[in-house]
Design a protein around this ligand. Structure first.
Ligand code: F6P
Length: 357
């Protein structure tokens, strides 16, 4: 078989270990591998490079993806699908590709699922995202590295916050799920954590946060760390309390319809300043959270996912995805894995709240 691999969506640490694991396993079994460049864009255009263990040797510690990535959506609308899918099928024919391993988050895997269900393409999936918001797997690779980067940033913020006796608001990524904020906040000993899962009663949460921060100060702790997930939303009644210049307005959406997030940390810092009178600054961690070498956990998880995704191919287990359940790599359907994002399990916030009293 000739097996293609692609990486789609936002990059994350651990993609290269997956590629390495899959290429090694397929080569061991006597098959050939190619990499399609820039996600679904390269799949459509037939932009491919050969992948051998010689190419993938030594990439385990490399962040990003040697195959590059994009957020190309072949199913953006009916016209896009009608135009692009035949080109992709023709490219696959021309390159002699028999099967595809799609490595990505909900969007990329959703395309893999449609290509399998509707066009009988032999696809399997591998769950990636720093956001950890994919159903059907306990962890996605990339998440652990991201949390560690955020934790280190919080550790650094803590010493400067302490010196200046101020509060630092640290904004993390995570889209509409609070996994990164919650884990980084717990690991970094945050004084408060705000996650999108509490958007519905955010006003009450903010009121409690101001009270906690004031109480801390009254008790003699003169500095603080607040971790904010980029996905929290504030009602107009709250937004009107801050100067409009602090509010970042963007209607930019990607080809999957996702609005660009980021900037809410500044608003929260401003609100804290207004409500408590404490000097407060905001730090937006942004893409730092996705860059650099993968953690040991993500290298191991990525390698295991790569090996097991290759085994799905070897077994002809099409339309499936590898997932982590406890310590085991299991197989789930792409249908089960896509379409609905996994919100933060609020038991983690329940535990974090022990420190917000
Ligand atoms: O899904 C991963 C992610 O890093 C989100 O946490 C973030 O909101 C988004 O991608 C940013 O996307 P981009 O790199 O396209 O700005």
């Amino acid at each position: 078989m000739k097996v293609a691999l692609l990486t789609g969506g936002g990059d994350c640490p651990g993609l290269n270990p997956v590629i390495r694991g899959a290429v090694q396993t397929l080569t061991n079994a006597g098959h050939e591998c190619v990499g399609l460049l820039e996600g679904w864009k390269g799949a459509r255009d037939g932009d491919a490079i050969p992948l051998t263990p010689k190419v993938t040797d030594g990439i385990i510690d490399k962040g990003g993806t040697i195959l590059f990535s994009s957020r190309t959506n072949l199913f953006k609308d009916a016209a896009t699908e009608a135009k692009n899918v035949p080109i992709l099928l023709e490219s696959f024919k021309r390159l002699g590709i028999d099967a595809l391993i799609a490595i990505g988050g909900d969007d990329t895997l959703g395309v893999a699922r449609k290509l399998h269900d509707k066009y009988q393409l032999k696809t399997v999936g591998c769950p990636k995202t720093i956001d950890n918001d994919l159903c059907a797997t306990d962890y996605t690779f990339g998440f652990d590295t991201s949390v560690n980067i955020c934790m280190e940033a919080i550790d650094r913020c803590r010493t400067t916050a302490e010196s200046h006796r101020r509060i630092l608001v640290v904004e993390t990524m995570g889209r509409h799920a609070g996994w990164i904020a919650a884990f980084a906040g717990i690991a970094g000993g945050a004084d408060y954590i705000l996650v999108p899962e509490e958007n519905e009663h955010i006003e009450d949460v903010l009121t409690k946060m101001y009270a906690t921060l004031n109480q801390r100060r009254a008790d003699g702790k003169m500095w603080g760390i607040v971790v904010v997930s980029e996905g929290i939303t504030l009602p107009d009644s709250v937004l009107k309390e801050v100067p409009p210049s602090v509010i970042r307005q963007t209607d930019e959406v990607d080809s999957f319809g996702h609005k660009q997030l980021g900037g809410i940390g500044e608003v929260i810092a401003e609100l804290i300043k207004i409500k408590t009178g404490i000097s407060t600054r905001a730090v937006v961690l942004g893409h730092m959270q996705r860059g650099g070498p993968p953690s040991a956990f993500d290298r191991v998880l990525g390698t295991r996912f790569g090996i097991h995704a290759a085994r799905l191919v070897l077994n002809g287990d099409w339309g499936k995805m590898v997932a982590l359940r406890g310590l085991d790599i299991v197989t789930v359907s792409l249908e089960e894995a896509t379409g609905v994002n996994r919100a933060l399990d609020m038991k983690f916030m329940d535990e974090a709240r022990e420190f917000f009293k």
